[in-house]
Design a protein around this ligand. Structure first.
Ligand code: DGJ
Length: 759
């Protein structure tokens, strides 16, 4: 075994996001950061390496993560869970003994395995060489510490294939970010057939339960539970996008953990193309979660000297149940993932927006949009977004995609008059685009039929009458960047709604040549990210919403470049409660765009009051998508009041801590959420009754997350409190005595705020 240890001395310093390190004495390096965010003053974040035992230890917030190099040179997981005492020491890693049919390599929990040797569990990396050899056994070589990042270098026992594992731990949440870089330093090309970001190994136990999100168009983010048993559960997308069918997120709990108590391990991939999460309980009943590029149809050729970097794989631990696991994810996304637009206090609060889609669909034109803009401004909307239909020969979804010039019949003088009008109403202007798509009935397709994903000579399947432009191609990337840049340079546009309304089929990339064709799964998405990154650099004011027929492209990859996501095309405010509940397990309310639309919706013809619809949408980032031309004066005055109320609580909703107190799951007749602001001065509560039965009252509301000893005043801004409710009481009272709301009937809702009145 090679074992040259490189430890770089760096100075101790405070850092803002991930732990930064320092070498301590001979062979021990550690890092330090600031205290945890969720109120608890924990020790600073740190990364340590003990050169004698060869043990790495990462600590931040409430989490400790430990791994060690064992006697065979494999990098073994030693611990992942609740933060341990600083003086706790770990013995050197020691591999499991051989069993009759499963030798040590398969049973020993490793951080990153090559497929080779005696490995039967899901490998992280599988390679084939031109000489037919496919054996890969990775051993520890060295580690380096670079700023806030720990790099661990592994190498095959014989050939010059190197893998550098990267680890960062977020000081505020203890969430780890892992990725791997595979490098071919041999003299011949090789093909990477499977490349994972890494494997999360859970403590040995047999009573684990997996949670994951599944769905479809207009039905995203259903939460599923599955007891883990021997075998493998594979969650994946093979569609070239993250997709609503499964979301690249998981949570695994233990010993009957609940919403507010018990151990939960969770993670998510930062990748928006085909992805794979394999949750495996092996023959020794150990649970491993391996995630990265989907290995189906994968094949990435690396010439000598070339590298492949895998997506980030995030993982975290909560000792306080599923609720805290979600709050950690929310906090991490807001503080460390979303674009910050130069604001040191976090991403910009989401403005209240109006979107034209449900009002006018493709029938957008200047006077109609101006009239809607005036009405939207009158209720306090801050951003007006014109959706599909403004470009090319776009009358419906059969034509126009790809032709990104303004339609002269609809906007004879370009977009400027509308944008000026929107600005004169004190709103910013946003525009819908679908950059990666083309209709066969478009000038672009007629000019460049070779630009779409296809296998030459084979049929090209259409979805919504459109084909996917192959953004992996440099000419397509240049075209997409070019027209978006031109739109931003020539118009005062603050926001793109970036849509993506079909998934891949026939994913051929003929021009790349047979050896490189399959790189499309990686290069397409890298270009998608890089276009957004470059646009944002050149036009720092622009914000982007990720949309894919609703919530079909929501993942921690796209969230690095976008400010919000469109949650679902299903805008029925009752259905939304379930979709938003599922969404909140993995993603922050700050990014969850939720429109108030007309009732009944096209989805299920249910009638819901305007107040109910507002309350449902106010749980996330508020938008209005109704046809304001049909609203009555009463609707306008109700909407004005609700928008004004939202502005008073939006920081709490978007940046605060979310408590799912009554969940709309398993046929529950009620749902209730509470958000507590970061400074603890405000709480916002939303209560929904789906249908009351047999004289049973709405359950008493017991709040969470307040300060026991502080006083809070309670106000109902929608719905009613029980007559004997005090207007002011202690945090203890609201949390332990609780209070009642008088909700009765079908589809009733209420909204409350608590304001802290004592320091
Ligand atoms: C799908 C989106 O989810 C809708 O909100 C709308 O933008 C349409 N596309 C427009 O074609």
């Amino acid at each position: 075994m090679q074992n040259p240890i490189e430890v770089f001395a760096i100075r101790s310093r405070r850092i803002t996001r991930f732990a930064a390190g320092v070498v301590l004495g001979a062979g021990l390096f550690c890092a330090s950061g600031s205290p945890s965010f969720l109120g608890a003053q924990t020790a600073p974040a740190s990364i340590n390496f003990d050169q004698v035992t060869m043990v790495f230890r990462l600590d931040a917030s409430g989490t400790t993560y430990v791994m060690g190099v064992n006697e065979h040179g494999a990098l073994q997981t030693l611990y992942w869970g609740k933060r341990l005492a600083a003086h706790d020491r770990f013995a050197a890693a020691k591999s499991e003994p051989n069993y009759a049919l499963d030798v040590s390599e398969t049973i020993t929990l490793q951080e990153y395995t090559g497929w080779g040797g005696a490995l039967y569990v899901e490998p992280d990396l599988k390679i084939s060489y031109p000489d037919g050899n496919r054996d890969l056994v990775l051993k520890y070589v060295s580690n380096t510490f670079d700023g806030d990042t720990l790099h661990i270098v592994m190498k095959d026992i014989d050939r010059d294939v190197f893998v550098t594992l990267e680890y960062k731990i977020d000081e505020g949440t203890g969430i780890l970010r892992r990725s791997s870089t595979i490098e071919n330093r041999t003299r011949a090309p090789l093909v990477v057939e499977q490349a994972m970001s890494g494997t999360w190994n859970l403590p040995r136990a047999t009573d684990y339960r997996l949670r994951y999100l599944s769905g479809r168009w207009a039905g995203e983010d259903n939460i599923n539970e599955l007891p883990l048993q021997p075998g493998k559960t594979v969650l994946e997308s093979r569609r070239g996008t993250s997709g609503p069918q499964k979301n690249p997120w998981f949570a695994i709990d233990h010993k009957g953990a609940t919403e507010e108590s018990g151990d939960v391990w969770f993670g998510a991939l930062g990748w928006s193309s085909s992805w794979q999460l394999s949750v495996e309980q092996d023959s020794a009943q150990q649970v491993r979660v391996t995630g990265g590029f989907n290995s189906f149809d994968f094949g990435y050729r690396l010439k000598p000297g070339e590298r492949l970097v895998t997506p980030p794989f995030y993982g975290g631990y909560s000792a306080k149940g599923m609720g805290e696991a979600s709050r950690l994810m929310h906090r991490f996304q807001v503080d460390a993932l979303l674009p910050h637009l130069g604001d040191s206090t976090g991403p910009k609060l989401r403005p209240v927006l109006y979107n034209s889609w449900e009002a006018t669909e493709f029938r957008v034109e200047e006077p109609g949009q101006m009239a809607l803009a005036e009405k939207a401004a009158s209720i306090g909307v801050e951003r007006f977004v014109m959706d599909d239909g403004w470009f090319g020969q776009r009358k419906d979804d059969h034509a126009g995609l790809g032709d990104w010039y303004v339609n002269k019949q609809k906007f004879p003088n370009g977009l400027k008059p509308l944008i000026d009008k929107v600005h004169s109403l004190n709103m910013s202007f946003g525009l819908w685009v679908e950059p990666e798509m083309v209709n066969p009935d478009s000038d672009l397709y007629r000019r460049h039929p070779d630009w779409v994903l296809n296998f030459p000579g084979r049929p090209r399947s259409e979805g919504r009458n459109q084909l996917v432009l192959n953004l992996a191609r440099p000419d397509v990337r240049a075209y997409v960047f070019g027209f978006l840049d031109k739109l931003l340079s020539e118009n005062d546009i603050a926001f793109f709604k970036w849509d993506y309304n079909r998934h891949w089929t026939e994913p051929g990339w003929d021009a790349a040549g047979p050896e490189n064709e399959k790189k499309v799964y990686v290069e397409f998405i890298r270009n998608y990210y890089s276009v957004m990154e470059e646009l944002r650099k050149k036009h720092p004011q622009v914000e982007i919403e990720s949309c894919s027929s609703g919530g079909g492209r929501v993942d921690m990859g796209v969230m690095q470049y976008t400010d919000e996501v469109w949650t679902s095309d299903n805008t029925d405010a009752f259905d939304r409660l379930t979709i938003q509940n599922g969404f909140s397990y993995a993603y922050a309310p700050a990014v969850m765009m939720a429109w108030v639309t007309d009732s009944p919706t096209w989805v299920n013809y249910r009638n819901l009051s305007l107040e109910y619809r507002f309350l449902s949408s106010m749980q996330g980032s508020l938008g209005i998508g109704a046809n304001l031309n049909k609203w009555t004066p009463e609707d306008f005055s109700k909407a004005k009041a609700m928008v004004a109320q939202y502005k008073k609580i939006r920081e709490t909703v978007q940046r605060g801590s979310l408590y799912r107190i009554l969940k709309p799951e398993n046929g529950s007749e009620q749902s209730l959420t509470e958000s507590v602001s970061r400074d603890g001065k405000q709480a916002a509560v939303f209560a929904f009754l789906h249908s009351s039965r047999e004289l049973y009252p709405f359950p008493r509301i017991y709040l969470q997350g307040l300060d026991d000893n502080a006083m809070y005043s309670l106000t109902a801004f929608a719905g009613k409190l029980a007559p004997d409710t005090p207007s002011s009481a202690s945090g203890s009272y609201w949390m332990h005595h609780g209070f009642d709301t008088e909700l009765r009937g079908d589809f009733q809702a209420a909204g409350f705020t608590l304001e802290r009145t004592t320091p």
